[in-house]
Design a binder for this molecule. Sequence first.
Ligand SMILES: NC(=O)CC[C@H](N)C(=O)O
Length: 304
Amino acid sequence: MKYQQILNTIQSDLATTPYAGKVATYIPELAKISPKKLGMHLYCINSGHYSFGDNDERFSIQSISKVFGLTLAMSLLNDELFKRVDVEPSGNAFNSLIQLEYENGIPRNPFINAGALVISDVLISTLKNPKKSFLEFIHDITGNTSIAINQEVFNSEKECSFRNAALLNLMKSFGNIKNEIEEVLDFYIYQCAIEMSCKELATAFMIYANGGKKLSNGQQIISSQKTKRINAVMQTCGFYDEAGEFSFRVGLPGKSGVGGGIAAIHPEQYAVTVWSPPLNPKGNSELGMYALERLTTLTGFSIF
Ligand SMILES: NC(=O)CC[C@H](N)C(=O)O
């Protein structure tokens, strides 16, 4: 089967697949999104773009932004970064506080909230204007300068980020947050409030499939050695306490967000994104995971 045919098959499979997932409500603004939204975009190195559904509609990327934060931090710093955040799967929920207490404020990995908050802290210490640099980084890797944050989602999360504030306070008590808690929280929530479509996200994630280089012009955004490491962390930690299940069913490095998006890559082959807002109990898009499982099954193409 050709790729577009495979995507069409997945689209019709999904239309009849029952789901139990629920749209995220703990950020009130996200609760307004229709659970019926569904889009998928496959961007192949050799043969270009394939898609279906709402693949051009922008949604809140939420925790998918953690991959961009890590990339930016790794492009600015070397191994000293990993003294402040580890690279082990957590086996816990994305916003859990538990391990931090007995692991001296060092988060398990950069893709749980605690780890992404440390990365935000590092970026604030390193960059003059972190919000601007973060957005410019996304503009650069997508070639699209219209990508921006959704102000309502930003305001909405700011009003209810008690848990992230708790994580920051706990880590600061261990000396692992250097800047003001309010400033780190504000920058972290800003990243999460960025909106991108499946197509834009697949274009951004192409750098991880393409050895750290932009496909459009060959520009090296991050070294191939660092790209290997980012992909390894996506494989082992991209889905919180469901990282094993995602590897088992899909077999690709990837990252999810509570906006219902998932971005994944196959090194040297493709970047793929899917958006379906209803989340399973672990906070990952239920139909999104199923769509990607179908993709690697129908193409016979996973990293395993
Ligand atoms: N898993 C996610 O997408 C969580 C991101 C969200 N902004 C939070 O901090 O709770």
